[in-house]
Ligand binder design. Structure first.
Ligand code: AMP
Ligand code: MG
Length: 296
C-alpha cells in the first residue's frame, strides 16, 4: 500500500503521521527521536507535557524498552496485542527520547492490535510514541475525518482505515493499580491477577504516580544571567552552561527540555536558573513544566 510506505518514510525522516489503533486515532512519531516527538506536541498545541505511550510490534520489542516483572508478563501474554498499556521501569539504554517519558524512569508501553498501526510499526521499524490525534482539549478521534477536522494542516498524512473499534483510550496499569480505566476492564484484569480486584475499588487518576520528572535542585525562572552556584540553562540570546536551543527554536527546546534538566541536576552547581522562553505555541508547554519545577 503506497500510503503506508509513504507514512513509514515520513516517520523515518522524523515526521508525524496520524494512524488508527483499535482505541482511537493516534499521532505517531519515532519514540527515539526527540525532535519528532516535539513535533507531536507542536501539532496538538498541547499546553503541557504528559508522558506518551510507546507502541511496539511485540513483547520482545517491549522488553527492549521496559523491564518486565512476572505480573507484566502475565498481563502482556493475556492481553497483547490489545488495548492495555503497562507502565514499567524504563530499560537502561532503551534509547527512548526523554520527552516521551517526560523525563521519568518509567515508560508506558503497549502492543496494539490494529492492522494499520501494526503495518506502520513493521514498515517504519521503530517504536512509535502516539497520543490521540486531536488538538489539545479536543475529543479523541475515532475516524480519519475527526483527525482532519481537529488538526487540519498540522498533520501532513492520515492513514484512513475507517472507524476505530474500541473508541476509548487504552486501559493503563502500573503494578497492580489501574491508572486509567479502558477497554480491558477491571474484571478482565482480575481474572488473571486476582489482587487487582482490590485496586479497582478506587480506580485512580494518573495523578497518583509522579507523572513528570522534576529536578531535585531549586530552580529560578526568567534568568538572563546565572548567579553564584547556579547552573544557567540558556535559550536563544541567553547563553549559559547549557541551552534549550541556541537558535531560539521552541520545538528544539521542547525536544531538549528533560535532558537539559537532568544535566542541570547532575551538575556540581546547587541551583538551576532558566532563561525566559516565549509563551507562544509549544512554549506554553515548556513554561508549564518549568513553572511546576520551580514551585515545589
Ligand atoms: P495518551 O497517550 O493521550 O493516551 O495518554 C497517555 C497517558 O499515559 C498519560 O496521560 C499518562 O497518564 C499515562 N502515562 C504514560 N506514561 C506514564 C508513566 N511513565 N507513568 C505514569 N503514567 C504514564
Ligand atoms: Mg488524548
Amino acid at each position: 500500500m503506497a500510503a503506508l510506505r509513504e507514512a513509514a518514510t515520513m516517520i523515518r525522516a522524523g515526521g508525524i503521521v496520524a494512524v488508527p489503533t483499535e482505541t482511537v486515532y493516534g499521532l505517531a512519531a519515532d519514540a527515539r527521536d526527540s525532535a519528532a516527538v516535539a513535533r507531536i506536541y507542536a501539532a496538538k498545541g498541547r499546553p503541557d507535557f504528559n508522558p506518551l505511550i510507546v507502541h511496539v510490534t511485540d513483547l520482545a520489542a517491549a522488553e527492549r524498552i521496559a523491564v518486565f516483572d512476572d505480573d507484566a508478563r502475565v498481563l502482556s501474554t493475556r492481553f497483547w496485542p490489545g488495548p492495555l498499556t503497562l507502565v514499567l521501569p524504563l530499560r537502561e539504554g532503551a534509547g527512548i527520547a526523554s520527552l516521551v517519558t517526560a523525563g521519568l524512569a518509567t515508560v508506558a508501553v503497549r502492543v496494539p492490535a490494529h492492522r494499520a498501526m501494526r503495518a506502520l510499526l513493521a514498515e517504519a521499524a521503530a517504536p512509535l510514541a502516539a497520543p490521540s490525534a486531536n488538538a489539545s482539549n479536543g475529543i479523541s478521534p475515532t475516524r480519519a475525518e475527526h483527525v482532519a477536522a481537529s488538526l487540519g494542516a498540522a498533520v501532513p498524512l492520515i492513514l484512513d482505515d475507517g472507524a476505530t473499534t474500541e473508541g476509548v483510550e487504552s486501559t493503563i496499569v502500573a503494578g497492580r493499580t489501574i491508572l486509567r480505566p479502558g477497554p480491558v476492564t477491571a474484571e478482565m484484569l482480575a481474572e488473571v491477577l486476582p489482587v487487582m480486584a482490590g485496586a479497582t475499588a478506587h480506580v485512580s487518576a494518573p495523578g497518583q504516580l509522579a507523572t513528570h520528572y522534576a529536578p531535585a535542585k531549586p530552580l529560578r525562572l526568567d534568568a538572563v544571567s546565572g548567579g553564584a552556584g547556579e547552573w544557567l540553562i540558556g535559550f536563544g540570546a541567553v547563553t549559559g552552561d547549557d541551552t534549550l536551543s541556541a537558535g531560539g527554536d521552541p520545538v528544539e527546546a521542547a525536544a531538549r527540555l528533560f535532558d537539559t534538566l537532568h544535566r542541570a541536576d547532575a551538575s556540581d552547581c546547587t541551583r538551576i536558573a532558566v532563561a525566559p522562553v516565549p509563551e507562544a505555541g509549544i512554549g506554553a508547554a515548556i513554561n508549564d513544566r518549568l513553572r511546576r519545577a520551580a514551585h515545589r
